[in-house]
Design a protein around this ligand. Structure first.
Ligand SMILES: Cc1ncc(C[n+]2csc(CCOP(=O)(O)OP(=O)(O)O)c2C)c(N)n1
Length: 371
């Protein structure tokens, strides 16, 4: 699915501001940002991309069980994350590393999750109400909707006070929309006029299934039948992601009900480090999306506004330092304990599970102390 006249785009792939009715409507949100805020968009995109590369390397070197790269999706994530207010609640899937960082999650928590040293990784109450990653695709759109319904019932939203009124935003993928949970979330959100923004990152692939198989219509049109306004944005345009999400969250907090944003983006890497995308997609498709990269177009735009080499080299250095720090801290996380793998599966002891645990403990011990 590609950009059409209906897609909100503020910054073209060539790094120039777009002149259109939509941009006239949304550019005031960008004009209200300071130079520091605009620089911060770039900084976060670059640091998280470098983090992603480091985590992939760590997985290849046997330090993580799995990695879930977000490369290519930084524009959608950074723009939307900065549009949220501190009191909002965010329900992610498993690829939202940039959103996690912006909300205040120490990304070593994500690393620990994929190393197996923790089942959670962070406490949402200490991490900007950024809830735990969810692997059961689509299920968290219901959790998000329930949270938003509670806000309405508790009166913590739509009071007219922008400093306290809260909303919920949930991130999910194109493949998840085929899960019944997402449709059920739409029903409840619409019925209860819940303040929830459904932020759909259409990265064009659900593992090896293309979005063209998942839906015969553009996904942003799907919510209309549920009574939820939907809008499509160029998800590789950090400015469009910020402006449109800001407007939609404001409307949700103001009592207008739920909204769907479909961000057209692309998963540049594999689904996870266990996946080989060469088996199911063409290099020409990947090359096409490389020309639409969210970071390079934004760099071009910042340079055209007068940002100099020093800023870009500082950010590159910060990203290197961040990656080095993550590597050092990953190596000191230790080895996941066998107990952790078994002890939280059932509340009561369970004979077959106990037997499995004993087998693994003995097998592990058979390697001696060097294992
Ligand atoms: C309920 C459920 N069914 C199947 C899976 C296996 N699964 C994991 S990721 C995935 C594809 C998800 O694609 P999408 O929603 O587009 O998100 P993306 O991974 O591309 O970000 C599937 C089918 C799962 N985790 N949960």
């Amino acid at each position: 699915m590609s950009i059409t006249a209906a897609t909100v785009q503020l910054l073209s792939p060539e790094g120039q501001l777009v002149e259109s009715d939509a941009s006239a409507e949304y550019l005031p949100y960008i004009d209200a940002l300071s130079d520091d805020q605009l620089r911060e968009f770039y900084r976060q995109m670059v640091v998280v991309r470098r983090f992603d590369v480091e985590a992939t390397n760590l997985q290849k070197q046997g330090e993580l069980g799995l990695w879930v790269p977000s490369i290519g999706q930084e524009g959608a994530q950074v723009g939307s994350a900065f549009a949220a207010r501190p009191q909002d609640h965010i329900f992610p899937s498993y690829r939202e590393h940039a959103v996690a960082r912006i909300r205040g999650v120490d990304l070593i928590g994500v690393i620990g999750l994929l190393r197996g040293t923790t089942h959670g990784g962070w406490n949402p109450a200490d991490a900007g109400n950024f809830h735990l990653y969810t692997l059961v695709i689509g299920s968290h759109t219901l959790h998000a909707t329930g949270r938003a319904m509670a806000m309405t019932l508790d009166g913590t939203t739509a009071t007219g006070d922008p400093d306290t009124d809260a909303a919920v935003m949930t991130y999910f993928g194109d493949g998840s929309t085929s899960q019944g949970d997402v449709s059920e979330a739409f029903v409840f959100a619409a019925s209860y006029k819940a303040p929830v923004v459904f932020f759909l990152q259409n990265n064009h692939w659900a593992i090896s299934v293309p979005v063209s198989t998942q839906s015969r219509t553009p996904l942003y049109l799907r919510s209309g039948g549920f009574g939820i306004p939907g809008i499509q944005i160029d998800g590789n345009d950090v400015l469009a992601s910020f402006a449109v999400t800001k407007r939609n969250l404001d409307e949700a907090r103001g009592g207008d009900g739920p909204r769907l944003i479909e961000a057209l983006t692309y998963r540049m890497g594999p689904h996870t480090t266990s996946d080989d995308p060469v088996k199911y997609r063409l290099g020409t498709e990947v090359a096409h999306w490389q020309t639409r990269d969210p970071i390079s177009r934004y760099e071009t735009w910042l340079r055209s506004r007068g940002e100099g080499d020093l800023f870009f080299s500082d950010v590159a250095e910060e990203a290197e330092d961040f990656a080095a720090d993550i590597r050092r801290r990953t190596l000191s996380l230790g080895t996941p304990s066998i107990d952790k793998m078994f002890d939280f599966v059932y509340t009561e002891p369970h004979a077959p599970l106990a037997a499995q645990k004993q087998w693994l403990t003995e097998y592990d011990a058979s390697f001696g102390s060097d294992a």
